[in-house]
Design a protein around this ligand. Structure first.
Ligand code: KIV
Length: 265
């Protein structure tokens, strides 16, 4: 996979993207044959224990992207630019984006926002850094939105989102994530662009889909957004495995004969 192949999948084949944050899970999603791995700033709430994505730092994102690259050496990896890594100055943004390719082995970066960031996107692309856009519900702006709200519900906001998407496309993004956009608006945007849209909570007509791995695997029993689907219940399975281990130790069932080293063995 590369940026050009990614673009060429539009209209031919649905694109499969998923998040991963560490080497073992990156290996699993690579073996499963996904088209792209997103090292999302959702590492903050899915792995680091925060309640939203805002606390993720550049150092967190570099460290996790490096781990994902080690776990999936041949995958197409997109790294999320964390909150305040690209909002403060253009130069800082270019340096931070470049670190993902230079130090962490990412193939591209993703950033949230529309036309305001078009000049930055243009500069990053000119510098050789492929950029994925992200519109609709942009979680780094949760405090401005006042919550995680569905976007593009009426004609005015749908037109606004389309304008923002076109501005990003013109600036050179190779794809745009549409998050929590009503299906009709996401469809209209998808049909209006020549680059692929990747939906999360944006219905059936995007060019591809992305899900958060931890939602899909059922690792967080307390949280399942309406748009996500649980394909496993790893929380329950993990809980039962650790309970069984604790019980085995307490009942002297583990370690057993086969787990021990012996003199001369
Ligand atoms: O960080 C993330 O997981 C994301 C997805 C929701 C697209 O940006």
């Amino acid at each position: 996979m590369n940026v050009q192949k990614f673009i060429s999948m539009k209209g031919k084949q649905p694109i499969v993207m998923i998040t991963a944050y560490d080497a073992p899970f990156a290996n699993i999603v690579h073996q499963a044959g996904v088209d792209a791995i997103l090292v999302g700033d959702s590492v903050a709430n899915n792995v680091l224990g925060y309640s939203d994505t805002l606390p993720a730092t550049m150092e967190d994102m570099i460290r996790h992207t490096q781990a994902v690259r080690r776990g999936a050496p041949d995958s197409f990896i997109i790294a999320d630019m964390p909150f305040l890594s690209y909002q403060c100055s253009m130069d800082e943004a270019v340096k931070n984006a470049g670190r993902f390719l230079k130090e962490a082995g990412a193939n591209a970066v993703k950033l949230e926002g529309g036309s305001f960031y078009a000049p930055l996107v243009e500069r990053l692309v000119k510098a050789g850094i492929p950029v994925m856009g992200h519109l609709g519900l942009t979680p780094q702006s949760v405090n401005v939105f006042g919550g995680y709200r569905v976007q593009g519900k009426d004609e005015k906001t749908a037109e606004y989102l389309l304008k923002e998407a076109k501005s990003l496309e013109k600036a050179g993004v190779f794809s745009i994530v549409l998050e929590m956009v009503v299906e009709e608006t996401a469809k209209m945007i998808t049909e209006s662009l020549s680059i692929p849209t990747i939906g999360i909570g944006s219905g059936r007509y995007c060019d591809g889909q992305v899900l958060v791995l931890h939602d899909l695997l059922g690792l967080n029993p307390a949280f399942l957004p309406k748009f996500a689907k649980r394909y496993a219940n790893l929380y329950q399975e993990s809980l039962e495995a650790v309970q069984k281990y604790a019980s085995d130790v307490r009942n002297r069932v583990f370690p057993s004969e086969e787990n021990v080293f012996k003199v001369g063995g």
